[in-house]
Design a protein around this ligand. Structure first.
Ligand code: BDR
Ligand code: CA
Length: 311
């Protein structure tokens, strides 16, 4: 199986993504690193522990690590309005499996990638602060990673500002460091994730699995659907982070285009924009494989099939 580290900010769709990935036999999950983002770090760390508990045996041996409390330069932003005050708006969740490890997230990433050079895929579903810190601490790291698959950015408009997607906006400087690092990078942005919506039928299918993981996913996505109906007039919430997890498990579910992508770090209207050279007008310098198409129904079937394997 493919060796994977998750880095994210659960956040309800991070939790669903991790359940999908933990349940997938194609992946060997070496650890989870947690960042600030959707809610504050103490909550995202707790939610990581809860998500591991929800995964049962698949989560039992997986260590998790607290990372950055805030962005590198900008003021902190959160998305509690989208994810609820706790980040996991569901009743009757299990307690975190155990406390996080003492080691810092960035140190864990460095140590583990050094131990398995060119073998590790990093599935990133939040602001990229931990990875940027790790890259600054160990400049050889980008060349030692197999690949980073990141949910963030967009070839089009943003969801946080008209220009910026949340995971970039929450730490544009960290995204800049990662995008300039030379690491092999896949970007799963809003241009594809907004096509993958969990409406009432899909929520019912998850509930119908008749296991705890399916019931919790259904409850989280019900809260989320309320937010998306109001904000975006969609029938359900967009499965952003689960689609990035699926891109690690089954890259063939998406279409990819290599292009130059730059991160706008200047304060102003475009702060946090992923400037995507879709038409190649800069002539080369391609640094990212960008997802440009998705087979939404096959993706959801994978999600359902894998969540069904959990307790
Ligand atoms: C991204 O922002 C967060 O709120 C979600 O968890 C996802 O990673 C979508 O823009
Ligand atoms: Ca996230």
């Amino acid at each position: 199986p493919l060796k994977v580290i998750f880095d994210g900010d659960p956040g309800l769709d991070d939790a669903v993504a991790w359940l999908l990935a933990l349940a997938s036999p194609e992946l060997d999950v070496l650890g989870i690193t947690v960042t600030h983002g959707n809610v504050s770090l103490p909550l995202t760390v707790r939610n990581a522990g809860v998500t591991l508990a929800l995964a049962g045996e698949a989560g039992a041996g997986v260590p998790y690590f607290a990372g950055a409390q805030g962005p590198l330069v900008r003021d902190p932003v959160t998305a509690a309005a989208v994810h609820g005050d706790s980040g996991l708006p569901a009743a009757g969740l299990p307690k975190p499996l155990r406390p996080p490890e003492a080691e810092h997230a960035a140190d864990f990433i460095i140590r583990t990638v050094r131990a398995h050079p060119h073998e590790i895929t990093l599935l990133a579903t939040g602001p990229l602060t931990n990875l940027a810190l790790a890259f600054r601490l160990e400049p050889a790291l980008p060349a030692l990673l197999r690949e980073v698959v990141w949910m963030g950015g967009s070839t089009g408009g943003g969801n946080c500002t008209p220009a910026a997607e949340f995971n970039v906006f929450a730490d544009p400087h960290a995204a800049h460091i990662v995008f300039e690092s030379g690491v092999a990078l896949r970007m799963v942005g809003l241009n594809v994730t907004m096509q993958c919506v969990a409406g009432p039928e899909r929520i019912a299918a998850l509930r119908g699995l008749d296991n705890r993981a399916g019931a919790v996913c259904a409850e989280l996505l019900t809260f989320y659907a309320g937010v998306y109906r109001e904000r975006y007039n969609l029938s359900g919430g967009a499965l952003h982070d689960p689609l990035a997890a699926a891109a690690v498990i089954r890259p063939d579910l998406l279409d990819w285009q290599a292009m130059r992508v730059d991160i706008e770090v200047q304060a102003g209207l475009n702060l946090g924009r992923t400037v995507c050279d879709v038409y190649g007008v800069n002539g080369g310098g391609r640094n990212v494989q960008v997802a440009v198409g998705v087979r939404d129904q096959a993706f959801f079937e994978l999600l359902l099939e894998r969540v069904a394997l959990l307790p």
